[in-house]
Design a protein around this ligand. Structure first.
Ligand code: SIN
Ligand code: FE2
Length: 218
């Protein structure tokens, strides 16, 4: 075909890549095309395994409400951070990782240059106004050759993307509904976090931000 369809032109306008550093980039609008289906799948997952505010090893209630889907789920309590096959709230396995989530994560990883990404865990974070996530590394996974794929939905947030030390200066990356961040390779262990969210309303998600982070744990 000589020309792109109207639909493709529309998608091209809404989707572009923004490098953050070697190994890391933002795929702007990458999840937009499937937002309604992603949110519908998410609703089923959260009916089965509801969000709740976990407690840090230091005894603080996290401002972000969490759940998981996939073989493994990230959990925290007084005894520490870890991945678990059983949802401690229900004593049962986490809901399955939907095919749509798998495809989205794999395609985003491939766009960023990471082929054959096969996530076995998806952490679901729900932020409300003033919720935040302090700088941390994702380092409970076994294989750091596998990237992290992070999907943003709902109200906007300011993502912090730092260096290999907590004290390194972090850049501020505004993330909107549909944006996907991928970091791997030499960027895999960079510190990252999210500033306290401002009050806002999103037409599909309401007063929340949902973040899905896909990981290969085992
Ligand atoms: C995370 O690091 O688990 C969450 C990052 C985000 O919410 O964008
Ligand atoms: Fe993280």
């Amino acid at each position: 075909m000589m020309t792109l369809s109207l639909f493709d032109e529309e998608e091209n306008r809404r989707t572009w890549q923004e490098p953050l550093c070697e190994g890391a980039l933002v795929l702007r609008g990458f999840a937009l095309e499937h937002d309604v289906a992603i949110l519908a799948a998410l609703q089923n997952i959260l009916t089965e395994s509801p969000l709740h505010h976990m407690v840090t090893p230091g005894g603080f209630r996290m401002s972000v409400a969490m759940s998981n889907c996939g073989t493994y789920g990230w959990v925290t309590d007084r005894s520490g951070y870890r991945y678990a096959k059983i949802d401690p709230e229900r004593g049962q396995a986490w809901p399955a990782l939907p095919e749509l989530f798998m495809k989205l994560a794999q395609e985003a990883a491939a766009q960023a240059g990471y082929q054959d990404f096969l996530p076995d865990a998806c952490l679901i974070n729900r932020y409300e106004a003033s919720a935040r996530m302090s700088l941390h590394q994702d380092k409970n996974e076994r294989d750091f050759t596998q990237p992290i794929v992070s999907v943003s939905l709902g109200i906007p947030a300011m993502f912090l993307f730092g260096g290999m030390q907590r004290a390194d200066k972090a850049i501020r990356v505004p993330l909107a509904h549909g944006d996907v961040v991928v970091w791997g390779g030499s960027a895999r262990l960079r510190y990252h976090g999210v500033l306290a969210l401002k009050t806002a309303t999103h037409p599909l998600v309401g007063e929340h931000r949902i973040n899905l982070t896909f990981r290969k744990v085992s």
